[in-house]
Design a binder for this molecule. Structure first.
Ligand SMILES: Nc1ncnc2c1ncn2[C@@H]1O[C@H](COP(=O)(O)OP(=O)(O)OP(=O)(O)O)[C@@H](O)[C@H]1O
Ligand SMILES: [Mg+2]
Length: 275
């Protein structure tokens, strides 16, 4: 079993803290439902854990089995067994999907896979996620539909067999059949011993993958933690009760944006003379 411990993590972009002292610990035996209102730091957390260079760490500590994670490069984190399925996977023109997957798998192994081993692993994974093997000939995510991109992220998870998988809104854009296929793949991966942080706004995925814990992120911190019943409560009651019961104010992301807009720039009529 592996353990990740996040202590007082402060991180964001240049000049702005998005995570403001976040604490969370989990094991590779855990499947954690990560919820929270839009714009409160869920994707930032997953990006920081994976080492996305767009984020800056301002303070705090993250360890994996006692070893510092934040000093590792993203590829070193991947080799340690971390995996991120992105909320918005990037299209990489010119990069053949099969070549990319082969290179990624070989980067995790001492001895490179043979042509036939690669072919068999890819074919099995494509079958598991229900997309035609022919898609392996296309450039990575280029021109893929929203749902195909999401399935493709799960394909990569299957191929890399991580210790920890961070799934960022993997269910968004999936049709009902695809959601079933993706949940089944997550459940099989759980049986192989992978721990999960699963960000989603909808209970449907959680119904199928049955998280054992829930963490709610509000304003860059874990505001509430609990069991699976906490995810259910949010599904039925939303986030308002957190303010009423715990006194934690929840600023909506549209209010945040409004606050940074000067009324003068959008609501003042100016005549032809600029008055
Ligand atoms: N480059 C940037 N410049 C300004 N603000 C940014 C930038 N990147 C992220 N943010 C802001 O940081 C906040 C947290 O974003 P994040 O993507 O982590 O939210 P989230 O909890 O994943 O939301 P959602 O549920 O909508 O996916 C948001 O308000 C977002 O607009
Ligand atoms: Mg997000």
């Amino acid at each position: 079993m592996s353990t990740i411990v996040i202590e007082n993590l402060e991180a964001g972009i240049p000049g702005k803290k998005i995570l403001k002292g976040l604490n969370l610990s989990f094991d590779s035996t855990d499947t954690i439902a990560v919820l929270g209102p839009n714009g409160h730091g869920k994707s930032t957390l997953l990006g920081v854990l994976m080492g996305n260079p767009r984020y800056i760490v301002y303070g705090g500590k993250v360890t994996i089995d006692g070893e510092d994670l934040l000093s590792l490069t993203p590829d070193q984190r991947s080799k340690k067994g971390l995996f991120l399925a992105m909320q918005t996977p990037s299209e990489i023109p010119g990069l053949n999907s099969a070549d990319f997957y082969k290179a990624a798998m070989n980067a995790h192994r001492e001895k490179p896979l043979t042509f036939f081993e690669t072919y068999r692993l890819l074919q099995d994974a494509y079958r598991e996620i229900g997309i035609p093997f022919e898609m392996s000939k296309r450039n990575l995510n280029e021109g893929f539909s929203g749902g195909e991109k999401k399935r493709n992220e799960i394909l990569q998870m299957i191929l890399l067999n991580p210790k920890f998988a961070f799934l960022d809104e993997i269910d968004s854009g999936l049709d009902v059949d695809a959601l079933n296929v993706v949940s089944a793949a997550i459940n099989r991966q759980k049986e192989k011993g992978t721990g999960f942080l699963i960000v989603s706004h909808y209970d449907r995925l959680f119904e199928m993958v049955k998280p054992n814990k829930t963490a709610v992120i509000v304003d860059g911190r874990v505001a509430v933690q609990g069991g699976p019943e906490l995810a259910k409560r949010i599904d039925t009651q939303g986030y308002e009760w957190i303010k009423d019961e715990l006194g934690i104010e929840i600023e909506k992301s549209d209010e945040r944006k409004m606050n940074s807009v000067s009324i003068g720039t959008c609501a003042v009529k100016v005549d032809a003379n600029g008055r």
